[in-house]
Design a protein around this ligand. Structure first.
Ligand code: KG4
Ligand code: ZN
Length: 360
């Protein structure tokens, strides 16, 4: 079966064709029209501009997705669209487009939760035939709007076992990244700058957390910042304290006329974020021993986080699944993948499908 997926919850318009063969899911096309250059001028996403840009792009990229897969609409067996959460005006564009395509062509329709979509990116089989995760597993959703840990009990059911009480991890990179002169969205540039900082601090590429912590820069008290992992057994995070402390530190350096060691600062900030995720995942694994782990969302592209999660999963003897970089950010292939399981579970929708800004 061919599944046509749509995504327009934030600043990427995406259409994708995923093919299901014997229960395995293969990406046949995945077109992502990014609006980032437009929003960069404003330092963040402008919702009204995002909605208009989705309207302009969606029809064209749908054609490209179908052509890329070498199929036409009459071959499509399922339409899947992100229905929540996200920017309401942006979500409505793909929801209405998908409803129109489904109704006009008599194709079944499903609405997909964006975060479940991120996790479902791990269900897509690559060319190399590497295994894909099967529930139950623990899922880390690390994006611009979410920092959550879920116990995924089936392809369509989950329980939230931890989440951020304020800002999300991606937002924490974007906002502080902007203050140190990185363009929106700062995540990828922050990642590269931190790599320079880790090298500068230790003299080696990709040092272990212990090597970094033992280095002079790793111990520098001037760059002391609070951990975003809340103390105790809770699986919750709080990034606002880290963000405020980082802002204060940057202001202090500015006022005292000291140069900001940008790379070393990026390394310290990244180390704290990565350690916090690792720490809470470790606690989650104590609570749910043996469950494999899926890490997904834009921040799962972070090279330092990927390295440390690989090391943690090896130490704990649990499987780790992280989608390839091309499927970590927002895309419609992941929506098609989750859509397939919503369809199997009988969660079909009709033209009453609506978009929602919130998590449900
Ligand atoms: O999942 P996503 O594409 O969109 C949302 O659903 O929010 O995540 C976007 C977030 C942004 O905050 C971006 O800066 C961050 O993912 N990001 C990264 C990296 N690449 C993207 N954060 C850290 N390291 C990266 N390499
Ligand atoms: Zn996303």
């Amino acid at each position: 079966m061919f599944i046509l997926g749509f995504e327009s919850s934030c600043d990427e318009t995406s259409a994708s064709v995923v093919e299901e063969i014997g229960g395995k899911l293969f990406v046949r096309s995945n077109i992502v029209a990014s609006q980032i250059p437009v929003h960069r001028l404003y330092g963040g996403v402008v919702p009204e501009i995002a909605s208009r840009a989705h309207v302009e792009a969606i029809s064209r990229i749908t054609g490209e997705a179908l052509d890329g897969a070498g199929i036409s609409l009459s071959d499509v067996g399922l339409v899947a669209v992100t229905s929540h959460p996200g920017l309401i005006g942006a979500l409505l564009v793909a929801v209405n487009f998908a409803k129109g395509i489904a109704a006009a062509n008599g194709i079944p329709l499903v609405g997909v939760d964006h975060i479940r979509g991120h996790i479902a990116a791990a269900y897509l089989s690559g060319e190399n035939g590497a295994p894909t995760p099967k529930p139950p597993f623990l899922a880390l959703a690390l994006s611009g709007g979410h920092t959550s840990i879920y116990r995924v009990t089936s392809y369509t059911d989950w329980e939230t076992v931890g989440s951020t009480r304020d800002d999300a991890i991606g937002e924490a990179f974007d906002k502080i990244g902007r203050l140190i002169g990185l363009e929106y969205p700062a995540g990828a540039a922050f990642d590269r700058l931190a790599a320079e900082g880790f090298r500068e601090a230790t003299g080696v590429d990709s040092p272990s957390p212990a090597q970094y912590a033992a280095s002079e820069a790793g111990r520098d008290p001037r760059m002391k910042l609070p951990s975003p992992a809340l103390p105790g057994e809770t699986l919750d995070f709080s990034f606002s304290g880290l963000k405020t402390a980082a802002i204060n530190l940057l202001h202090h350096l500015e006022q005292t006329g000291e140069d900001l060691p940008r790379a070393l600062f990026a390394a310290r900030y990244t180390a704290l974020c990565v350690e916090a995720v690792e720490k809470k995942l470790g606690t989650a694994l104590d609570r749910y021993p043996g469950l494999p782990v899926v890490a997904a969302g834009g921040v799962a592209a972070n090279s330092h986080l990927r390295r440390e999660l690989a090391s943690l999963s090896a130490r704990r003897g649990v499987g780790l699944f992280i989608p390839p970089l091309s499927l970590c950010g927002d895309n419609a292939a992941m929506i098609a993948a989750q859509g397939y399981y919503e369809y199997l579970a009988g969660n079909l929708r009709d033209s009453s499908l609506n978009a929602s800004a919130s998590d449900d």
